[in-house]
Design a protein around this ligand. Structure first.
Ligand code: COA
Length: 164
């Protein structure tokens, strides 16, 4: 069985992340979207909220082979526990490439049985990041073009709450 892990902080999950997930999903038997628990970056959304947002997108898109989980510690340890042979990552720009090369080298040295597979981001989302969504939302701008349809109202409300 071909199992992949799509890791990230997903704070929050955006149309850019969904684009990568939809490209990867048909190629694997199972993809686990793995939310990083203890990022060095302070998280705006709680793990449960992040998972719920992702669940809503996965259901709306009918991605039946996608599961959602969270992890702390090493990504490679999580992959090994799950029996995953692949890590999915997205590339938006050349800047991502340099960062990804660094992560890849570390993971490759930890376990050469786990391969990282990269998907090019849809150019429409090559500038998009979770912090852009958080900033726009908290300043009252419309985030509809950047986040999955079923999540707009919830995200907009949560981000505005924080701004008040
Ligand atoms: N669309 C939209 N945004 C994207 C994107 C895409 N396709 N790809 C990346 N991003 C954005 C994210 O929204 C995020 O934006 P933000 O900084 O504004 O919040 C940023 O790019 C980076 O996020 P992400 O891809 O989630 O990476 P990360 O740095 O948060 O996490 C892990 C990367 C989880 C893979 C890495 O930290 C990890 O493996 N940690 C576990 C510890 C470990 O094993 N370490 C050894 C390996 S280094």
């Amino acid at each position: 069985m071909k199992i992949a892990v799509y890791p990230g902080s997903f704070d929050p999950f955006t149309l850019g992340h969904l684009d990568i997930l939809e490209q990867a999903a048909p190629l694997y038997d199972e993809i686990c979207v793995a939310i990083l628990k203890n990022s060095a970056k302070r998280s705006f959304f709680k793990i449960e909220e992040k998972a719920e947002i992702i669940r809503c997108c996965v259901e709306a898109k009918g991605l039946r082979n996608v599961t959602i989980s969270s992890f702390d510690g090493l990504l490679i340890d999580f992959c090994q526990k799950l029996g995953a042979g692949y890590i999915i990552r997205g590339l938006r720009t050349i800047t991502d490439f340099e960062y990804e090369q660094q992560i890849h080298s570390v993971n490759w040295n930890l376990d050469r049985q786990v391969h990282t597979v990269y998907f090019m981001s849809n150019p429409e989302y090559s500038f998009l990041s979770s912090s852009i969504v958080r900033e726009l939302g908290s300043l009252g701008a419309d985030i509809t073009p950047y986040v999955p349809a079923g999540t707009v109202d919830y995200l907009q409300r949560r981000l505005m709450e924080n701004a008040q």
